[in-house]
Design a binder for this molecule. Structure first.
Ligand code: ADP
Ligand code: MG
Length: 229
């Protein structure tokens, strides 16, 4: 399988007054197309920082990051916004749905930015909701859905523009263990069914190992171990 993502000596430093936080301190990592990677590490080890750089939400302080042979850290603002829209989909522990919008509207939102006509957006949103097991929930607002259902809506939204890479930042952190398994089963299904490349950040090594193909552990912004699951 071709390499879809390549990070070389990737760094992200934050300057806080007099001190410098080395959130990422020289990460070198290749990701194959269609790979399901687990990213482990204690709180503060740099997991979200790495995901945010891959997603193009933040710029590195050093090193290089290539996605599809394009260097993300050299992209113009316009190219970066295209990268965010086309290449990556992201889900979070806190779901980050818009509370005033229905499930359908939440999922359709990225399609609006992609300038897809309204009727098509709605149709695609409903298809996506069905694919995450939520047909019949199109008109529900987030507070009318369970945590697991909200995360399914967020996954459908992340998949809206058919991104090459799905980045999941502790997606089961707010869910009970049974619901968490349901979400990981869904990610695994997307991986198997659509060959989606997935990076899954989690605390739970034992659980992650049942789903991912390879685990990487970060500590203080560096990779300290790589194990095939
Ligand atoms: P993780 O997701 O593994 O818990 P993070 O990537 O969020 O860790 O954070 C890594 C380190 O960088 C932490 O020490 C955190 O406090 C610091 N950090 C993260 N974001 C910022 C920021 N915007 N400004 C300053 N420090 C930050
Ligand atoms: Mg984090």
């Amino acid at each position: 399988m071709p390499i879809i993502l390549e990070a070389s000596d990737l760094k992200k430093y934050y300057t806080m007054g007099e001190s410098v936080v080395r959130a990422l301190d020289g990460v070198t990592l290749g990701l194959q197309q269609g790979e399901f990677l687990g990213l482990l590490g204690t709180s503060g080890s740099g997991k979200s920082t790495l995901l945010n750089l891959i997603a193009g939400l933040d710029r590195p302080s050093g090193g290089t990051l290539k996605v599809f042979d394009r260097t993300v850290n050299e992209m113009t603002r316009k190219e970066l916004s295209m990268h965010r829209r086309k290449n990556v989909g992201m889900i979070f522990q806190s779901f980050n749905l818009i509370s005033t919008m229905t499930a359908r509207e939440n999922v359709a939102l990225p399609l609006m930015f992609a300038e897809i006509p309204a009727a098509q957006r709605e149709q695609r949103a409903d298809q996506l909701l069905e694919s995450v097991g939520l047909s019949g929930r199109q008109l529900h607002k987030p507070n009318q859905l369970s945590g697991g259902e909200q995360q399914r809506v967020a996954i459908a939204r992340a998949m809206a523009n058919s991104p090459a890479i799905l980045l999941a930042d502790e997606p089961t952190g707010n869910l009970d263990s049974k619901t968490a398994r349901g979400i990981l089963d869904l990610l695994k299904e997307l991986h198997a069914r659509e060959g989606k490349t997935i990076v899954l950040v989690t605390h739970d090594q034992a659980l992650a190992s049942q789903y991912v193909q390879r685990n990487i552990t970060l500590l203080d912004g560096r990779i300290v171990s790589q194990v095939p699951a």
